[in-house]
Design a protein around this ligand. Sequence first.
Ligand code: XMP
Length: 545
Amino acid sequence: MGIRRVWLQPRESTVRVLYSPARPLQHWGVDTQTIVILDFGSQYTQLIARRIREQNVFSVVLPCTAPLSQVQALKPIGIILSGGPSSVYDADAPAADPGVLELGVPVLGICYGLQFIVHHLGGKVRSAPKREYGHAEVAVEDTATPLFAGLPASMHVWMSHGDEALELPAGFHRTAVTPNALAGIAHEQRRIWAVQFHPEVHHTPLGPQLLKNFVFKICGAAGDWTPAHFIETTVASIREKVGKGHVICGLSGGVDSSVAAVLVHKAIGNQLTCIFVNNGVLRKNEFASVQRNLRDKLGLNIVAVDASERFLAQLAGVTDPEVKRKRIGAEFIAVFDDEANRIARETGGVDWLVQGTLYPDVIESSSVKGPSQTIKSHHNVGGLPEHMKLKLIEPLRDLFKDEVRRIGRDLGMPEDILGRQPFPGPGLAVRILGEVTRERVALLQEADEIVVSEIKAAGLYSKIWQSFAVLLPVMSVGVMGDQRTYAYTAAVRAVHSEDGMTADWTPLPYEVLKRISSRIVNEVRGINRVVYDITSKPPGTIEWE
Ligand code: XMP
C-alpha cells in the first residue's frame, strides 16, 4: 500500500472519533428495506454493497462476527454471505453465527459464503485438487431457480477459490457447474442459494442480473431506496433527534462536509451554524466562492473566519512538512474552538457537531480486514476539544462517495462543489516546498488556477482524481523578451486513483501541457519554468510533502 504519512488534518482535534461495530449504524426510516451483507474478509465485499444499492435497495456490510441480534435488529429482507480469503477448516476461519441460516430470510452465499453454508449445514468441503482463479465458463443446470431467471444456460464468470464442496447438505441441489467445479447450489424451501463465483465483479458481466434476481425475485425488494427517499428520511430523523438543539459544522468547501451541512440545514434551518475558516492556504478565490455557493445560493448560515494572518504567522520560518501540518492543525482547533464558544454563548449552547464521515471509513474500521483498519482512522476524525461534549450527527455515514454526489444533486447543489477533486486539509502549505509566505501562496494560487482551468477547459477535470500545481524552491535562469529572468519553478501534478491509496500519473495531452506551461510562464510573474511530475504512487505520494 505504500508509505502513509500520519496526517494532522486541520479539523483534527483531541476528540478521536473511532468507529467500532458497537456504534450502531444510523437508521433512517424503520421501513427501509435492508439487505445485510456479512463480511468474511473478501476484497470485493464493498462492491456487493454497491451493486445492491445501484438497484435502489439499501444494503449494509457487517463484520461476519456480528451478533445475530444485530442482524435481526436491521430486519433484513435478505442476507448475503461474502467471499473471503480463508478455508472453513482454518483454525482462525471467520465464522458467522450459523443462526443466520435459520432466520427464514433469504440467503445468498458467495464463494466462501457457499463453503460456509455447506460446512455448517452438514455437507463436506475439501481442498480442491485444482485451485481455480480467474475467468471461467459456468453451465447453469437449474434454469428454473429464480436466481438464474433470465440468464443464459452458459455464462462467463469470475472464480476464485481453493476449496470445493464435496458433499452437499441434505435437501440442497446443484444449480450450476464449471468444467472443474461446482458453481452453484440451492435449497429453495429453506430459501438458501449460493454461488462459487463472484457476481459482484466486473469480470462477471451478467452478475448484476443475478444480484437483481436475488434482491427482487427472491427477497421481494421494492427498489425504493432513492436519493429522494434518503433525503426525506434523513431530514426527518435529524429533525427528531436535534429537536430545539443547536448544531455546528466545520465546512471545508469539499463535497462531504458541504452535502452533510446542506442536509442538516434542510432539516433544521438556522439551528445549524457552519464555520468556514480561511487558513491562508486555500486556493485562489476559494474563500469567496465557497461562501457564494453555500451561503448565497443555498442559504446556509455560515460564519466565515478569515484567520489567514494567524495561520501564516504560525507557518513563518517552517520548512518541515510535518511541522507545517501540526501548526495548521493546532491553529485550526484554536480558531474553531473560539468560534464554537462564541456561537455557544450567542445561542445558549451548542449540542451537536455535524461530520461528513462516509461509509468506507465506517466499514474499513469495523470489518475483519486486519491491519488496513487503522490506516484511515485519522481520515475523518474531527471535532472539538473534549470539554465541549458534543454529540455527533453523521448523515452520510451509510453512503459511498458517488451516492453522496447523487444526494447532493438531488438537493440542488452546484456541480462546482459536487465534482470537486479532493483537496488536502493543510491546503497549499504542503504544495509549497520550503517556507510558506504570503507571496509564495499568491504565486502558487495563480499557477494552480491555470492548471485547473486548462484541465477543465479540456474536459478532463472530472476524469482525474487530482490535478494541481506545486511550487518548488528551485530558481533557474530564463529569458523573457530580451530580459534575463531568475525565478521559481512550478511542477504540474495530475493523477488517476481510486481512493488515493495508490495512484498513476496521468498522461495529460501534450496540447494541454503546452497551454498550461505557456500560460504559467507568461502570466505568473515569479515563475519561469514548468515541469511535469511523472511519478506514480507508490513509490511517490500524491502530494509533494
Ligand atoms: P498522499 O500525498 O499521501 O495523499 O499520496 C493521498 C491523498 O490524501 C490527501 N492528503 C491529505 N489530506 N490532510 C488531508 O486532509 C493531509 O495532511 C493530507 N496529505 C495528503 C492527498 O491530497 C491525496 O488525496
